[in-house]
Design a protein. Structure first.
Lengths: 115, 116
């Protein structure tokens, strides 16, 4: 079984400031890691994913995330946020084996960018 | 790639009524998923189809819920005798079946159900 913890339910940040959204996970099996973004009244869109290799992965809209195996974390960062980044962000894990993508999502972090 | 399409976008119904939602996945995607998202929560898995076969159902899917994917293309999710606790956003997602499990899910914009 897998679980994903996003400790911060809301993160306010001023425009052009850096931001980090935290994600920790627990799993008895090896997993792939994802960050999705959800804009109001829309479905989720993939921001980035970690499959293997370099622990620093880059995604769309200037976001990046770092996989830390020892701390079972996959924190999302952006050096300078824009108003348009205001949205809810979900961390997710998916077992590497198994017949389908049995994705477990965190509870989400609402990023509010303040002008 | 026209994306995953869900209809209707919003549905308001009275308690006890039946509702049906439709999902049209990306055409070349064999895998189709239904998720439920309530306020302040992440999406929770409901059920999974590989082509027309429903291969897994969550314990969240009570016997009032039924999902079909008759020809392996579009899917429907029906809720019978709706309850106020069924109020949520119902999300459909699809993904290709080839390869392993590293493909991301492609989500529709969801159907928001309000049960009064």
């Amino acid at each position: 079984a897998q679980s994903v913890t996003q400790l911060d339910s809301q993160v306010p940040v001023f425009e052009e400031a850096p931001v980090e959204l935290r994600c920790n996970y627990s799993s008895s099996v090896s997993v792939y890691l994802f960050w999705y973004v959800q804009y109001p009244n829309q479905g989720l869109q993939l921001l980035l994913k970690y499959l293997s290799g370099s622990t620093l992965v880059k995604g769309i809209n200037g976001f990046e995330a770092e996989f830390n195996k020892s701390q079972t974390s996959f924190h999302l960062r952006k050096p300078s946020v824009h108003i348009s980044d205001t949205a809810e962000y979900f961390c997710a894990v998916n077992p590497r084996s198994g017949g389908y993508q049995k994705v477990t999502f965190g509870t989400g972090t609402k990023l509010q960018v303040i002008p | 790639d026209t994306g995953v399409s869900q209809n209707p976008r919003h549905k308001i119904t009275k308690r006890g009524q039946n509702v049906t939602f439709r999902c049209d996945p990306i055409s070349e995607h064999n895998r189709l998923y239904w998720y439920r998202q309530t306020l302040g929560q992440g999406p929770e898995f409901l059920t999974y189809f590989q082509n027309e076969a429903q291969l897994e159902k969550s314990r969240l899917l009570s016997d009032r819920f039924s999902a079909e994917r008759p020809k392996g293309s579009f899917s429907t999710l029906e809720i019978q005798r709706t309850e106020q606790g069924d109020s949520a956003m119902y999300l459909c997602a699809s993904s290709p079946a080839e390869g392993n499990n590293n493909s991301p899910l492609h989500f529709g914009n969801g159907t928001r159900l309000t049960v009064t």
